[in-house]
Design a protein around this ligand. Structure first.
Ligand SMILES: Cc1cc2nc3c(=O)[nH]c(=O)nc-3n(C[C@H](O)[C@H](O)[C@H](O)COP(=O)(O)O)c2cc1C
Length: 199
């Protein structure tokens, strides 16, 4: 069984609808440690030793966040800047994260069609997440295709509930080693064709 650490970053949870529902679906799953970064560090004063210890104790790291200005909310960047130290996370001696899996689980206001070369956002989500993919690579982690919920402003309650259930199923499959990683690696995103990926 893989232990999963969800690093959740939403700066305005009281206004959240989509991420709140995704969080609700996974926070009590057995084998999942749900860590709300804005709750833990409202002053951005990230405790490096605590975060490194948490990372060490888990085999899968999930970055869960609303897409803000084509990137993560600021505290997740602060977390990266402080926690992923040279000589610990990367560099010749930095092997603490080697072999772990990294998954981004994000929601976007923009539609799937807008995240195409000819769309209003001009780039795919995969291309825009390249810094996180490269972060994983530099740290010796395996970067998985992202789980994405698009068009958050248009999602009705039934569609949102379906996405939340799918997200929970994905984390449970990752935990139980039921996700076919060889097939998953070939996908652009993990939210499409999920049943085919889960044994
Ligand atoms: C400050 C800010 C920046 C945002 N930037 C983007 C963006 O770059 N691309 C996008 O598709 N949506 C963007 N959005 C929309 C959010 O991604 C969307 O509202 C969020 O995923 C919905 O989740 P929630 O209900 O949990 O807040 C932005 C929203 C805010 C408030």
């Amino acid at each position: 069984m893989r232990r999963i650490l969800v690093l959740f970053a939403h700066p305005a949870l009281q206004k959240s609808r989509v991420q709140r529902e995704l969080a609700r679906a996974v926070r009590a799953l057995p084998g999942v440690t749900f860590h709300d970064l804005y709750e833990a560090y409202p002053d951005f004063d990230v405790e490096v030793a605590r975060e490194q210890a948490l990372l060490t104790e888990h085999e899968v790291v999930v970055l869960q966040f609303p897409f803000y200005w084509y990137s993560t909310p600021a505290l997740l960047k602060q977390w990266q800047d402080l926690v992923l130290e040279h000589g610990w996370a990367y560099g010749r001696e930095g092997r603490a994260l080697h072999g772990k899996l990294l998954l981004c689980a994000l929601s976007t206001g923009g539609s799937e069609a807008s995240y195409q070369p000819g769309g209003s956002n001009r780039s795919t989500i995969g291309a825009l997440l390249a810094p996180l993919a490269q972060m994983a690579h530099l740290c010796g982690m395996e970067y998985l295709p992202p789980f994405v919920v698009h068009e958050t402003y248009r999602l009705d309650d039934a569609a949102l509930a379906a996405h939340a259930a799918e997200y929970a199923a994905l984390l449970a499959a990752l935990r139980d080693e039921r996700l076919d990683l060889a097939v998953a690696r070939a996908q652009a995103r993990l939210d499409t064709k999920l049943p085919a990926l889960i044994g």
